[in-house]
Design a binder for this molecule. Sequence first.
Ligand SMILES: [Fe+2]
Ligand SMILES: [Fe+2]
Length: 363
Amino acid sequence: MTKLFISDLQGKDEVESIFLVKIFNTMEDKSGKKYFNLILTDSSGEIEARLWNYASEIENTITKNCFVKVRGKLNFYQGRKQFIINHIQKIDQTDVSIDDFVMKSVEDPEVMYKRLLKIVDSLSDVYIRDLLRSIITDGEIARRLKIWQAGKSIHHAYKSGLLEHILSCTELALVVSKHYRANENYVVAGCILHDLCKIYELTDGMNVEYTEEGKLVGHLVKGLEIVDRYSYKIKNFPHYMKMHLKHILLSHHGEFAYGSPKIPQTAEAYLVHLIDLMDSKMGTIEQVKKNDSTTGHWSGFVKHLDRIVYKSDLPYYPEYVQEEEFQERAEVKVALSPKPIQRNQPEPKTSLGKMLGNFKIED
Ligand SMILES: [Fe+2]
Ligand SMILES: [Fe+2]
């Protein structure tokens, strides 16, 4: 059977394909009849799904993280895409091509890794350059860095997402350090090392979980261990430099409430925190724009960003446009404005509800 990807699902025709069950809940309607509430995924995204019929008969055969062959139709519920399943059947992992179900970075990990090494080699501080080189060229660290996710489900939560996030932060570090006249050696080191120990904090594969070390120690403190372990191998590694590197790692979450035992107290530590924050939020926005299944301009509520997101491209005019055309494009803006008030006439009492009465954002 040809695999039909979630991003290609559209129209009302009945379709059949294989998906991975990411979330699975058995619910009951008002009359006590059981139904399934699922999130199905593949490498192209995820979609909500419902099974209204015969749920109680197959309740024990479907589980979270199993592969299912489903037949059904696409539906739109409260502006969101939803897959209504008519038939569902669990299938064996050996019958699927795993690559079809693993979300991965659009960038080649080998290319990203080389770009990172090049930045390390360009650093002017010999100790920081040697330290970073010895850490990221360690065989096991390099292997994990190329494939690990940056998180379980929030930002850069896909294969090689950690390397993508680290490289993105590091490239930003070069630009921002110059702009604010901070020491780029430390900012680059912080951007490379701040989340590196997620390779010990999280498992790899399709169902990423926290490891025992992740739950008990975490990537901030584990980062200190790595700095100690590799700096001891470098002759005369300066003590004060190590202390400042450790401060950057410990403080990169920015606030006590987010797990940092210290808040950033150097310009370099503060920059690493801000770059990390920016890249994680922008990474989430990118994912929402790509994967959110709500129809129209707006996404559903995004918990990590605490807001809904405008998904469409913003108006852009490389050339002047004719007045009529401009008016047409500005339709929404005009519809929102109250009618101009004539001079010498009493101001009408217009409620906000009336003003917005005709306002409609078109899908
Ligand atoms: Fe972190
Ligand atoms: Fe990060």
